[in-house]
Design a protein around this ligand. Sequence first.
Ligand code: NAP
Length: 263
Amino acid sequence: MTTSPSVAVITGASSGIGAVYAERFAVRGYDLLLVARREERLQELANKLQALHGINVEILPADLADERGIQAVEEAIRRTDHIEVLVNNAGTAHIAPFVDGSVELHLADLMLNITALTRLSLAALTRFKAQNSGTIINIASVVSLNATAGSAVYSGTKGYVLNFTRGLQEEVAGSNVRIQAVLPAITATEIWGVSGVSMDILPPEAIMTSENMVDAALAGLENGEAVTIPALHDLAKWEAYESARLAIYHACLTGVPAPRYKQ
Ligand SMILES: NC(=O)c1ccc[n+]([C@@H]2O[C@H](COP(=O)([O-])OP(=O)(O)OC[C@H]3O[C@@H](n4cnc5c(N)ncnc54)[C@H](OP(=O)(O)O)[C@@H]3O)[C@@H](O)[C@H]2O)c1
């Protein structure tokens, strides 16, 4: 008896990090469902991966900042057999003072970075919980941990991705479903052109290739990490941060205002 290959759904597969995830899952023998707006790019990648790896690749051109686009991908996730992986990678950034952005621009960024990721997670996790298997990889950012002038909306959305992922991880604890948050630092992709910040002004030594980022993130997944930060060498810093975060949370269960707030 032959078994059907598992399917990996990858959003934002037309360039950068998502295209590398597509290649890496193709190498691992997965069939693919690739999502992004640029149909030609998706088709080109699909043709290449099918020819190189003998897998089946479907493309689904969709705008995930648009209700119809999100619905189309939700439906594809619900109807496609053997889905085992969702990589919530599609994202965008506009780095500029908050008040310089329009309501429409900010809402579109929230729709893509938060709403689409949440709804696709719901569609996938509903299946994964029922079948007690499956993996969701949510691409957050090191700016999930920090915000600077110009990055309020982008950092805010990535902060959401990290905390949303933490919550889901608590819900699937003890099952065979895995959920990973990946926090890339500066990675050489087209997002910089979109964001309005030229890569030329970034310190070259701080820039990682998307191949290195994805390979490290997949190694972190295989090691069972809940949160993977490929560029962070000193893991003790993360452990200290996590420990301080949890200590503050638990220390807040006092029920009374701290003495410094007494009038
Ligand atoms: N590069 C970095 O330094 C860095 C650092 C931290 C986190 N990240 C995160 O990594 C993820 C991937 O970004 P990347 O760096 O690889 O940049 P990228 O090369 O610009 O890739 C972004 C992907 O998202 C897709 N996308 C953008 N808007 C979309 C929309 N409205 N609907 C559907 N798909 C859309 C793009 O495809 P189309 O344009 O064809 O739709 C593209 O495939 C993002 O979530 C980003 O926030 C990147």
